[in-house]
Design a protein around this ligand. Structure first.
Ligand SMILES: [Zn+2]
Length: 140
């Protein structure tokens, strides 16, 4: 068993905990063409482990843009801030939805830094939110 191995049982727990939504951009794996994977909130390259308290369900876009970082620049203050960590932070404290629910708005240094670093308002995901909102499937 390699250090990156995550059992199917553990994976299913992570998916259920996340209600099959990306824990960053909140898009549902059921309605997107993006691949999803188990993401290490504290990167393996920095010593993060394969334990439930370090794992999150993430779409490929958010996971890729996050990379192996745990901090990013808050565009408002130009200071480094921790990237949103779904195991340590409460989404609603750091983000809100725009009035039309298409855009995620950072409410804190962590929220703003994460919106920018993970590109949480990518064109495709914003269009998906717009379509889902029209049929009552968004916001979650
Ligand atoms: Zn995402």
């Amino acid at each position: 068993m390699s250090s990156s191995y995550i059992s199917e049982a553990l994976r299913q727990i992570i998916i259920a905990r996340a209600q099959n939504r990306c824990e960053y951009c909140k898009c549902s794996a059921d309605v997107t063409t993006e691949m999803f994977s188990v993401e290490h909130t504290y990167p393996r390259s920095l010593g993060g482990g394969n334990t439930l308290d370090n794992l999150a369900w993430s779409c490929l876009g958010c996971n890729s843009f996050k990379g192996a970082r745990i901090k990013a620049i808050d565009p408002l203050t130009q200071q480094l801030a921790p990237i949103f960590n779904p195991r340590q932070h409460n989404w609603e404290e750091h983000f809100s939805w725009s009035a039309d629910y298409c855009e995620i708005i950072g409410q804190t240094p962590t929220g703003r830094a994460s919106v920018q670093a993970l590109k949480l308002n990518r064109k495709g995901v914003m269009n998906l939110r717009r379509l889902l909102a029209q049929v009552g499937e968004h916001p979650p």
